[in-house]
Design a protein around this ligand. Structure first.
Ligand SMILES: C[S@@+](CC[C@H](N)C(=O)[O-])C[C@H]1O[C@@H](n2cnc3c(N)ncnc32)[C@H](O)[C@@H]1O
Length: 267
C-alpha cells in the first residue's frame, strides 16, 4: 500500500507530510494544505522550518553531543529526512523509537521503515507516558541507563492545557538519565494570531491545535539547561528557523515565527 487515497479524514501526520511534499499522504490531507495556504501563505515554508529544526537538532545531538538513541514522540511519517535518516548519517549504531498516537500512521511508518535496522514505530499516546516507556520495543532499543535524545517536535500543540503537556514532557525527562536532551518545537500565535485563527477555523474540528506563547513554550524546559540555538547566541527558546541557523538574520522570517523551539540538556 503506498497511499490511503480512500481515506476521507485528514490526519495531522498526513497533512504535515503533504506540506513537506512527502509520499505518505492522501487527497484529503493535500486538500487541507491547499485550503491552509489561503489563510497561511507561509504554511509550506513553516513545515520545512519545523522539519529543518528537527534535522538540525538531531544532527547536533548525534554528531556533536554523543547521543545514539532517540525517543521521537509524535513522530508523524518517517519520510522527508526524518529522525532515523539523520541519525544514520551520523551514527550507524544509532537507535530510534518512533511513537505516534495514530495507528494508521504507525502502520504506514512500519512499511516505510521495513529494512531500517534498529528503528521501530510504535503506537502510543503522549498522555500515557508509562505505556510508551514500558513498551517492549522501547525497552528493546533504548537503554535507560544511557543518555537519550527525547523529541517532542510539533506535537505538544495538539494537547490542550487540561492534559498538562508540561507535566507529560517532564514525565519522559524524569525517565531518562542526566546527559539526555529534550528537543521540542511548538506552534505559537505570538506573531500571527489572526493567521492562526483563520487557519484553525478553516481546518475544522479534526485539526484542533493550541498555539502557545513564548513563556508557555519555555515552561517545557523548566529544570533543564537550554542550549545556545546557534553559534554566538545566548541559550534561549527561539523561532524555529533561527535554531541552528548559519545566518540568523535571513533565517528569522515570517514562516520561522510560526513556532518556537529549543534543545535542552538534563543535568
Ligand atoms: C505535525 S506531526 C509532527 C511530525 C514530526 N515530529 C516533525 O515535527 O517533523 C505531529 C504528529 O503528532 C501525532 N500526535 C498528535 N497527538 C499525539 C499524542 N497525544 N501522542 C502521540 N502522538 C500524537 C500526530 O498523529 C502527528 O503524526
Amino acid at each position: 500500500m503506498s497511499d490511503t487515497e480512500g481515506s476521507l479524514t485528514p490526519t495531522p501526520a498526513g497533512v504535515y507530510d503533504a506540506a513537506l511534499g512527502g509520499t505518505a499522504n492522501t487527497a484529503a490531507d493535500r486538500a487541507v494544505v491547499e485550503r491552509a495556504k489561503e489563510a497561511m501563505p507561509d504554511v509550506i515554508l513553516a513545515a520545512w522550518a519545523n522539519r529543518g529544526f528537527l534535522q538540525r537538532a538531531v544532527r547536533r545531538m548525534a554528531h556533536e553531543l554523543g547521543i545514539r538513541q532517540f525517543l521521537d514522540l509524535g513522530s508523524g511519517m518517517p519520510t522527508q529526512r526524518n529522525t532515523h535518516e539523520v541519525v544514520a548519517e551520523a551514527r550507524p549504531d544509532g537507535r530510534v523509537v518512533y511513537v505516534d498516537v495514530n495507528q494508521a500512521v504507525v502502520a504506514r511508518s512500519r512499511e516505510i521503515l521495513a529494512g531500517a535496522s534498529d528503528t521501530t514505530a510504535i503506537q502510543g499516546d503522549i498522555r500515557q507516558p508509562e505505556a510508551i516507556l514500558a513498551h517492549e520495543e522501547t525497552r528493546r532499543l533504548i537503554d535507560f541507563t544511557q543518555p537519550v535524545g527525547v523529541l517532542a517536535v510539533a506535537v505538544t500543540h495538539f494537547l490542550p492545557d487540561e492534559d498538562d503537556p508540561w507535566g507529560l514532557i517532564a514525565h519522559f525527562m524524569d525517565a531518562v538519565p542526566a546527559g539526555s536532551y529534550l528537543a521540542l518545537s511548538a506552534v505559537t500565535s505570538d506573531y500571527q494570531e489572526e493567521t492562526w485563527r483563520k487557519t484553525l477555523q478553516q481546518a475544522g474540528p479534526s485539526y484542533d491545535a493550541y498555539p502557545r506563547t513564548r513563556a508557555e513554550v519555555e515552561r517545557f524546559f523548566k529544570g533543564l539547561e537550554i542550549q545556545p540555538p546557534y553559534e554566538g547566541a545566548d541559550p534561549a527558546v527561539v523561532h524555529i528557523g533561527l535554531w541552528g541557523a548559519e545566518d540568523p538574520e535571513v533565517a528569522d522570517d515570517d514562516s520561522s515565527r510560526l513556532a518556537y523551539a529549543a534543545l535542552a540538556r538534563k543535568r
